[in-house]
Design a protein around this ligand. Structure first.
Ligand code: MF3
Ligand code: CO
Ligand code: CO
Length: 380
């Protein structure tokens, strides 16, 4: 029977994997009987040099003579009740030699090539376990196009924002511009949402319905645009000042902006959703503000709201590990006062319970091999 262990971008010889349980007792990791999480998906957290948690899901057919590749080679790792150290050695393998990972394929057809079998396995795992649909190059290209239309739409709205503007006029602008560009406004009729864009002013956290509200000097207003172009969704929002903001308005908008900036900066394979939430929550709360819990970011691209959910609060190292091909939004809603909200009788508009200001910024982000790319890129 073939022993299967799961690691991220890492091949190794069983004899080079050694483990101790937390009492310090050595465990023979090359013997699956002594190695509890054998024969299944082994997801564990590695502690990188920076001391950050990075999780490690990868499939590897373990056979003698494995080689080391890039990855978290040699790093100390934590597994629920095990401490594992990995050592690696490099073995010379010719392109046409049998792959040392034990697949039975030629090395060049297996671990040498970028399209390693484990990539397909991890795709299946993320789909089955989390419902996450990873995006391929052609998908990414299409979402990027939808994303630039979203950004153009936000720019158009920004150019029209002034005291006296009626929120309904913003809806007309967004709707007509979207259609004119061969796209569809995703909010319209989405779960009975009646308009083509969300317009959320001051104490409105999100999902404000455009109507007869008139913007006045000193207001802040969030415009959230989602467009469907050639079947692909991109989702982004910004909070704008109407006229001249006061100190509180300036503060909440800059904190919300900084939350998104910090969250995006840590997006890379190996970091987790908990790292994203933690980054936002820690900063917002240190500034005396609060993070809305009821609404979260989300996978996006094939559909408006896909798995996974992206909470804007949480614990470092917790949650799903980011892997290349994931596309999701980060869209922290930050309240000046308390985090609690209520929903108005229109069943959509979310407002702060304490009436305090709320601001938000959102981008659609792709996890790349070594970091992230915003598919709705704008300066933060
Ligand atoms: N664009 C929002 C988001 O960021 C969702 C709006 S749903 C709607 O997820 F129906 F209100 F449009
Ligand atoms: Co969104
Ligand atoms: Co949005």
């Amino acid at each position: 029977m073939q022993k299967v262990y799961y690691f991220y971008n890492l091949c190794f010889h069983p004899a080079e994997l050694w483990a101790k349980d937390l009492s310090g007792r050595a465990v023979d990791a090359s013997n699956s009987d002594n190695y509890p999480p054998h024969n299944g998906w082994l997801g564990f957290h590695a502690i990188s040099r920076k001391g950050k948690n990075t999780a490690v899901p990868y499939k590897l057919n373990l056979q003698p003579g494995a080689i080391s590749r890039r990855g978290w080679v040699g790093q100390e790792t934590n597994l629920t009740n095990l401490r594992i150290n990995m050592k690696t050695r490099t073995v010379k393998v010719g392109r046409n030699d049998p792959c040392p990972c034990g697949s039975g394929l030629k090395y060049k057809k297996c671990c040498l090539s970028a399209s390693m079998t484990p990539n397909r396995d991890i795709e299946a795992l993320y789909s089955k376990k989390y419902g996450i649909r990873l995006k391929k190059e052609r998908d990414i290209e299409a979402i990027r196009k939808a994303g630039s239309l979203v950004l153009e739409t936000l720019d158009l709205v920004e150019s029209k924002i002034r005291p006296g503007l009626v929120t309904e006029e913003i809806n007309t602008l967004v709707h007509e511009f979207t259609i004119k560009n061969g796209a569809t406004p995703a909010p319209l009729n989405y779960r009975d949402f009646p308009k083509s864009v969300c317009v959320s002013a001051n104490e409105v956290i999100c999902h404000g319905i455009p109507g007869n509200r008139v913007l006045s000097n000193g207001d802040i207003v969030n415009i959230d645009v989602t467009s469907i172009l050639n079947g692909y969704y991109a989702d982004a929002n910004k909070t704008f000042f109407v006229g001249t903001p006061d100190a509180d308005a300036t503060k909440i908008v800059s904190i919300a902006r900084e939350c998104l900036k910090r969250a995006m900066s840590i997006i890379k394979p190996g970091n987790t959703l908990g790292d994203i939430g933690w980054t936002i929550q820690t900063y917002a709360e240190a500034q005396g503000c609060s993070v809305v819990r009821e609404f979260v970011g989300h996978g996006v691209g094939f559909d408006f709201h896909e798995a996974p959910q992206i909470p804007h609060f949480g614990n470092r190292g917790a949650g799903i590990t980011l892997i290349p091909g994931m596309v999701f939004t980060v869209e922290p809603m930050i309240n000046f006062g308390n985090k609690d909200l209520r929903i108005l009788d229109d069943n959509w508009t979310a407002v702060t319970k304490d009436g305090s200001l709320s601001a938000q910024f959102e981008q659609t982000v792709l996890v790349t091999e070594d970091g992230y790319e915003s598919l709705t890129p704008y300066e933060l």
